[in-house]
Design a protein around this ligand. Structure first.
Ligand SMILES: [Zn+2]
Length: 79
């Protein structure tokens, strides 16, 4: 490898972004895995997002039940 080649390979910076899961460099334009570097990363992230949504719904549900119990107790306490 010549000195010029070494210099070239070190300074190559093309437009890119990083995989949201593993931070690997992925090309700027979206490939078959979108913003992810591989199907594994894309699939993993999707499942995680789903689980998070489920947890949020569960939290809202529990919060709602707690409020209802609080209101019922308040009404009962007035009598
Ligand atoms: Zn990745």
């Amino acid at each position: 490898m010549s000195k010029y080649d070494q210099y070239k390979s070190k300074s190559i910076v093309f437009p890119h972004k990083h995989c949201p899961k593993c931070s690997k460099m992925v090309p700027e334009e979206e490939g078959e895995f979108g913003e992810y570097c591989s199907a594994e990363c894309a699939g993993f992230f999707k499942t995680q997002k789903k689980n998070k949504k489920k947890k949020t719904f569960l939290f809202i549900g529990l919060y709602g039940v707690a409020i209802i119990i609080f209101v019922v107790l308040a009404i009962l306490g007035q009598n």
